[in-house]
Ligand binder design. Sequence first.
Ligand SMILES: [Zn+2]
Length: 136
Amino acid sequence: MEDSKYEELLDTCYSELPEVLSKKQRFEIPDVKGRVIKTRTIINNFTDISKQFNRDSAHMYRFMIKFVGVRGEVNDRGDVTLFSRFQPAMLNKGIHAYFNQFVECSYCKSPDTELLDNNLKIKCKACGHEEKIPQI
Ligand SMILES: [Zn+2]
């Protein structure tokens, strides 16, 4: 095969790649910013994370409390205090679990979704996929 023909072939192959591959940027799940004070763990950016997820922070809080299995409280500024000591890795695991279950579309993996029916259904704004989700 001639070189020029081979290059032409390559060009065609690349242009035939689905657009989503090149266009879609991977959504960065934010890291939990927290600190341990005595027997408590305080998360300072809990509200920020819920905003980036486009979720109600109270919904995410209920999930987090269940995930870590201890009681907690939320102050006026939206900082979350958990009544135990946690490593950041554990808290990040909780945030990732929430993202997977209640933010990311299970069909096309887009994070551009919304919760409907009193948080019992997730709808994807990218592909239109709808799915029931568990009550927290
Ligand atoms: Zn989707």
